[in-house]
Design a protein around this ligand. Sequence first.
Ligand SMILES: CC(C)(COP(=O)(O)OP(=O)(O)OC[C@H]1O[C@@H](n2cnc3c(N)ncnc32)[C@H](O)[C@@H]1OP(=O)(O)O)[C@@H](O)C(=O)NCCC(=O)NCCS
Length: 306
Amino acid sequence: MRLLHLSANNQGGSILLHKTQAEVVIRVATLEDSAVCGRICFEAFSAINGAHGFPCDFPGVEAATGVLSMMFSSPGCYCVVAEVDGRIVGSNCLDERSVICGLGPITIDPEAQNIGVGRRLMQAVMDRANERGAAGIRLVQAAFHNRSLSLYTSLGFDIREPLSCVQGRTLERSVAGCAVRQARADDADACNALSRRVHGYDRGVDLAQAIEQGNARVVEREGRVTGYTTHLAFSGHSTAETNLDMQALIASVESFAGAGILVPSRNHALLRWCLANGLRVVQPMTLMSAGLYNDPSGAWLPSVLF
Ligand SMILES: CC(C)(COP(=O)(O)OP(=O)(O)OC[C@H]1O[C@@H](n2cnc3c(N)ncnc32)[C@H](O)[C@@H]1OP(=O)(O)O)[C@@H](O)C(=O)NCCC(=O)NCCS
C-alpha cells in the first residue's frame, strides 16, 4: 500500500490518508466541482512547469477555474473527477464536438500524483470515446514531462508532431496578397470544406461557436477563403491552404491569447518565419493521438486540446 498525503482541498489544512489505487472513485464532473478542480489544475501545472523553469499554462487559479467551469457545463464536453474518500483529487475532460475528440486538461493534486489516479481518469474518457464511436482522440502534452509522456504512451497514444508554443507580435503586420477579416456565419461552409481537405474531418461546432464569440478570422487570397482560425490562441486551432495564408492570420493579431500559439516544429519554413518575425518560443510540446490519424496536407496550428 502506498501512502497518500492529501490536502483537504475544500477546508484547507492537510491530512494523511492511507490509500490504494482501488479506492479511487471516478464520477462525472459538475459545475460545483470547478472551484476545487481549478485550484488543483493551477497547482499541478505550476508545480511541474515551475520544476522545469517554465511559466504555468494558466496565469492564476481564477483562469483555471474559468476554463474548467466552462468545460464542466458544456454539452460538448464529457468531464470526470476522481475522488478519494469523497475528496476530489483530480479531473479530466473530453471535447466531443467532432469525430475526433480532444483530451484535457488532465490534472491531479500534486500530493496525489503517481499513484494511479491519472491512469484511471485517462481510461474513463478513453472508454467514453470508444463507447461513442469516436474515430480518434488527440491531446497536447508538455514535452519536458516524463510522467505524462510515459502514461499516455503506455495507454496507446502515439507521438505525432513536436510543437513549439510561441508568443509575441510579428514584425511584419500583414502579408501581400492576403486579406484577413473577422469570420462570419456564412464563411463556415468554406472553412469546414478546407478543414476536410487538410485534416480529413471538420470541426464545425467548434468553428460555429468561435464565430459567435467573435474570435474566428478568415484569410482571403484571390477572392476566396484560403484559411481560418477559431482563435489565435493556446485554445484555438487554425487551418490554411499554404504557409503564406497562415502567416497572414498570425500577423493579423497583436498577441496570442493564453500561453501562445502551437506551431508544428517540423513545418520548418513556418517556424523560421515566426522566429524571423520576432516571436519567442515559450515551451516545447507534443501532439499525440490514439485511433485515426492522418497527416494533414496544408498549413495548420493545433489547439492545446488538438
Ligand atoms: C500527468 C498526470 C496527469 C499523471 O497523473 P498521475 O496520477 O500522476 O499518473 P499515474 O500514477 O496514473 O501514472 C503515471 C505512470 O507513469 C509512470 N512513470 C512516471 N514517471 C515515469 C518515467 N520517468 N518513466 C517511465 N514511466 C514513468 C508511472 O510508473 C505510471 O505508470 P503505471 O501506471 O504503469 O504504474 C499528473 O502527474 C499531473 O497532473 N501532472 C501535472 C499536470 C500535467 O502535466 N497534466 C498533463 C497535461 S498534458
